[in-house]
Design a protein around this ligand. Structure first.
Ligand code: 2HA
Ligand code: ZN
Length: 267
């Protein structure tokens, strides 16, 4: 057994990532290689584990990740499918270590698989969140069908409008996503422009829509990130069901009903 596999906390975290990858696939949100996950696991590794020899050469990053020097991340692999991450997280993802100066990274386990094409944008987000003092260890990106469908409607490409609509479909949504949603107009996937626009939205939100593409959530815990997206998608489904039931423009819960939740749950 390798040094990495002996770390029970790390293995538990990797199995939680695999659990969520399985949910993304069974939900139908992870066609082919859709979606990607990165989790900062530095805090659950000891010094010896953190300094294991690299299995790749240093791979340069386009921008220095000054806040992430020597940090270690589990990241899903480029072109890898969530349904396979679910059963074999180390054959479909890697542990990477950022160089002390933040200018490059190297792969340290288990196999030399290249990380997701969205790695630069994930790292930019981790770097930004660390800079502002947040302990958001997780960046989760996926393609939830119902939510993406809503971003095809121009009316919903407004943070306040889509937040109000989804909040008002079911009380849990107001409670579980208290900061609402950010919106990023369409950008080419995997680009730093998409990352920069997302970071702007992360100043006020933990969940950001990418128009006609998908959703990105940041947080401390991967299961909670999944739960938040799942709750939002459920709200979107209720919106569509309300329309199918004959209500052309479901108004949802009233402002007063939403405000009462803020008071009742101390949001
Ligand atoms: O990893 O979802 O946005 C595939 C994607 C890119
Ligand atoms: Zn995507």
């Amino acid at each position: 057994m390798g040094i990495i596999e002996k770390n029970k906390a790390l293995m538990k975290e990797i199995s939680r990532i695999a659990e969520v990858a399985g949910y993304l696939w069974t939900k139908g949100w992870a066609e082919r290689n859709g979606g990607n996950i990165s989790v900062n696991v530095t805090d659950i590794m000891n010094e010896k584990e953190k300094s294991i020899p690299a299995i790749s050469k240093a791979i340069p990053l386009q921008e220095a990740m000054t806040e992430l020097g020597e940090n270690i991340f589990y990241v899903t692999g480029t072109g890898k499918r969530m349904r396979y991450v679910a059963c074999n997280p180390f054959e479909n993802g890697v542990l990477i270590r950022i160089a002390p100066d933040g200018n490059s990274y190297e792969i340290i386990a288990e196999q030399c698989i290249l990380p997701t094409s969205e790695l630069p944008s994930h790292l930019m987000m981790h770097n930004y969140l660390r800079k502002i003092g947040k302990n958001n260890r997780v960046v989760l990106h996926t393609h939830p069908t119902d939510l993406i469908g809503m971003t095809h409607n121009k009316h919903f490409l407004n943070s306040q409008v889509i937040t109000r609509t989804l909040w008002s479909m079911i009380p849990e949504c107001r409670i579980i996503i208290p900061k609402g949603l950010g919106i990023v107009p369409y950008e080419i996937p995997g680009t730093l422009d998409l990352a920069r626009a997302t970071i702007e939205q992360l100043k006020e939100h933990d969940i950001v829509f990418w128009e006609k593409h998908g959703i990105l959530a940041v947080g401390e815990d991967i299961i909670e990130c999944f739960d938040a997206i799942d709750t939002l998608n459920k709200s979107a489904q209720i919106y569509f069901c309300a329309r199918l039931s004959g209500c052309d423009n479901p108004s949802g819960m009233t402002d007063k009903q939403l405000d009462d939740l803020v008071e009742a749950f101390g949001l």
